[in-house]
Design a protein around this ligand. Structure first.
Ligand code: ADP
Length: 452
């Protein structure tokens, strides 16, 4: 009873019955209002004129032969009960007599005018009394259309029955068409809930159900991709945690050895320090991303000099770009921005470090800033290996690393997702422009003022 299928059918049948009842009631009310009084008057009139004719024409056979045709044309029949208990029928050729109870015949003979209730076709019978030579007679007028109305009703009933059955059959087929994809979708979503993401509905429908199916397909694909990324990420992180830990363990053991020179001791401790720093950076990044994505991250915009912030960062990373012998081209005109200083710091740091990390030895980095009306654009360009089109679409996704960087030791695939998230929080936009072999250009556009 609770399935959509049975509900649709029930609703259809209910609607059909309600409309049918409403139509029948309205039609019979209107017909009744218009014709019933006329019908009664016509029958009484015909009864009266028959009585007069009957009294004035002595030859009853002549009366019958002339009068029958006229009555028939009015669909009327007259039944006469005379004093002897004889019954004569005027009107149609048919001989059979319509049963009228003795009680009624007697009461009419005694002088009452009789009007019957209407039958289901809206027809009635009237009875009139009269006397011939002191003998009480009763004349009954009723409608006889030779079964025409009955046949019409029969045809109408068959029509209705066929309509209901055909409608029910159609609804049965149509609702299957509606309900079936829903059942399929339920199956698929159940599978998704269980973590089985390789499911697709492949619906070709153009209606709302088709749209919903396609959304579910897209969701399944996204979930599947996320799941794969999560799995890869876990294995990558485990690997990345494992490598520094192994080296920390190794060098700690080495430190315990006797007879180490001062130089060796310092060298070993430095390795331990660097590896710990790497681990801690990974943790920091992961925590930062989790917090930024939770929408609970504090956002504290203040007005400050953007150009100075970027210049400071270039200085800070000097050892790294000097080591790679990179040439820097810097164009930073004065610009004041209202933004969260600490968050933007992470943005420039990530972009700058990527442009150093992925650059060739002796390559070039160009950093520029350009005010544009209410906004400001910052560009970081490098002469590194570039990013393939396919990768460009995903580099801002969490944990995504282009193939070229799989071997890069310090790569976690988190930096750019943090950058993207921070730019989004500032209602800004990030764009990458790159080709394999000819470097990359990252351009960030930020509003100078934050909407409140
Ligand atoms: P990470 O650098 O830690 O791997 P990111 O999120 O910063 O993570 O970068 C995602 C991926 O985008 C990197 O793995 C790398 O393949 C690619 N990428 C980012 N910046 C550059 C760049 N300047 N040149 C070439 N590839 C880049």
């Amino acid at each position: 009873m609770k399935t959509l299928y049975t509900r649709i059918i029930l609703i259809y049948i209910l609607t059909f019955i309600i409309s049918l009842v409403a139509a029948v009631v309205t039609v019979s009310y209107l017909v009744d209002k218009k014709y019933s009084r006329e019908q009664e008057n016509l029958m009484l009139e015909q009864g009266q004129s028959f009585i007069q004719l009957y009294k004035s024409v002595p030859d009853k056979e002549l009366l019958k032969s002339t009068y029958n045709g006229f009555l028939e044309s009015l669909y009327l029949r007259i039944q006469l009960y005379d004093g002897t208990g004889d019954i004569q029928v005027f009107g149609s050729q048919r001989k059979e007599i319509t049963k009228i109870s003795d009680e009624i015949v007697q009461s009419v003979k005694q002088g009452d005018v009789y009007k019957s209730e209407k039958d289901i076709f809206g027809y009635m019978t009237v009875g009139l009394p009269f006397t011939v030579d002191g003998e009480p007679h009763a004349v009954f007028v009723y409608i006889d259309d030779g079964g025409m109305t009955k046949d019409l009703y029969k045809i109408l009933n068959i029509g209705l029955f066929v309509a209901i059955m055909l409608g029910a059959l159609l609804i049965l087929v149509v609702s299957r068409y509606i309900v079936h994809p829903l059942t399929k979708m339920t199956d698929v979503t159940k599978k998704l809930a269980k973590g089985q993401f390789d499911v697709q509905l492949h619906s070709k429908r153009k209606d709302e159900i088709g749209t919903l199916s396609r959304s579910i397909d897209a969701m399944a694909k996204d979930l599947s991709r996320l799941e794969e990324m999560r799995r890869n990420f876990i294995s990558d992180v485990s690997h990345e945690v494992q490598t520094p830990l192994t080296s920390i363990r190794g060098f700690s053991k080495a430190l315990k050895r006797e007879g180490l020179s001062e130089m060796e001791r310092i060298e070993f401790s430095e390795v331990i320090e660097q590896e710990s720093e790497r681990l801690s950076r990974l943790c920091r990044n992961l925590l930062s991303l989790a917090s930024l994505e939770s929408d609970q991250h504090p956002f504290d915009p203040t007005s400050y000099a953007l150009d100075e912030q970027i210049r400071g960062l270039i200085l800070k990373t000097e050892p790294q770009w000097l080591e790679k012998e990179l040439e820097l081209e810097i164009k930073l005109p004065k610009a004041t921005i209202e933004a969260d200083r600490d968050l933007l710091y992470q943005v420039w740091m990530n972009l700058l470090q990527n442009s150093i990390k992925y650059n060739h030895q002796g390559g070039k980095i160009r950093i520029w800033l350009r005010p544009k009306g209410e906004r400001v654009q910052v560009g970081v360009e490098d002469t590194g290996p570039g990013i393939a089109d396919e990768d460009q679409r995903h580099i801002f996704d969490r944990f995504y690393r282009a193939d070229s960087s799989r071997t890069e030791k310090t790569s976690h695939g988190i930096g750019l997702s943090i950058v993207k998230r921070i730019v989004d929080i500032h209602q800004g936009d990030i764009h990458v422009d790159s080709q394999i072999g000819s470097g990359s250009r990252f351009v960030i556009t930020l509003p100078l003022r934050q909407k409140r």
